[in-house]
Design a protein around this ligand. Structure first.
Ligand code: MG
Ligand code: MG
Length: 260
């Protein structure tokens, strides 16, 4: 069963989404050469707690950190460390919150300093594929319409979709039904209805779609060690036009790369 959320519940999910969005922007402001990923995590955890929320990833299935920080060929679930960021790195920041019994979850991939043209293209295509998917989060559509929109944006450009990890519903749990894959067929899968809340999160690789898990059992990397990017927003399925709960607007205030 996919939950249909009431207006009151969506208001609480929106409060979470705003804290998550502001946390992503706060972390992104500090992404620079020489900064350790551990220090970014500390910043994020402090920011989340200062807003009265809890970092939802800390302890989730024993995940050891407050946020995920995934560098370069790491797709998702990277664990913050003493690694100091270097010019040209890709830094995916994934933030989750728990606040007033509901959850928030969004992600953004930042670049450190000047990026190679290949990395710039990877970020732009992944970012744009998210919005292609979101546009299909409309009542009466199917999950496969979202999936196909993402896949059909990236594959013709020579990029590939990670199969192993998918988007998800969100509510009183961090991960709820349905799964929202970033590959699939139009018109297939569960039917979408007004009030369903989804986390749409394309994970896109510059090379092949293959991934493997590191020995820490969390860090998911590309098999060919080519780079990967990840963007995620929380969206309410609506009739006509989806309602986007989390936002990159706070990031757009200082990072002009993706503005329309
Ligand atoms: Mg998610
Ligand atoms: Mg996430």
């Amino acid at each position: 069963m996919i939950k249909i959320r009431t207006g009151e519940e969506i208001a609480l999910l929106k409060e979470n989404a705003l804290i998550v969005s502001k946390t992503l922007a706060e972390v992104g402001r500090h992404v620079a050469p020489g900064v350790t990923t551990k220090s970014l995590e500390v910043l994020a955890e402090t920011f989340i707690r200062d807003h009265g929320a809890e970092p939802a990833f800390l302890g989730y299935e024993d995940f050891p950190a407050a946020i995920c920080i995934s560098l370069n060929s790491t797709v998702v679930h990277g664990i913050p460390s003493d690694y100091a960021l270097q010019e040209g790195d890709l830094v995916s920041i994934d933030v989750g919150t728990r606040y007033k019994g509901y959850f928030g979850d969004s992600a953004y991939t930042f670049g450190v300093g000047v990026l190679s043209p290949e990395n710039q293209q990877l970020l732009r295509i992944t970012h744009d594929s998210l919005f292609k998917g979101i546009a299909k989060a409309v009542a009466g559509n199917r999950v496969g319409d979202i999936s196909a929109a993402v896949q059909n944006h990236v594959e013709p450009l020579g990029f590939s979709v990670v199969r192993k990890m998918v988007g998800h519903g969100i509510g009183t749990k961090l991960h709820e039904k349905p799964d929202v894959p970033n590959y699939g067929r139009q018109g297939q899968g569960k039917k979408l209805a007004d009030g369903m809340v989804l986390c749409i999160e394309p994970m896109i690789n510059a090379g092949g779609s293959g991934v493997y898990l590191e020995e820490d059992n969390w860090t998911l990397k590309t098999e060919d060690h080519k780079n990967s990017a990840h963007f995620e927003l929380t969206v309410v399925v609506r009739s006509g036009k989806p309602e986007i709960l989390s936002t990159f607007d706070f990031i757009d205030e200082y990072n002009k790369t993706y503005q329309a």
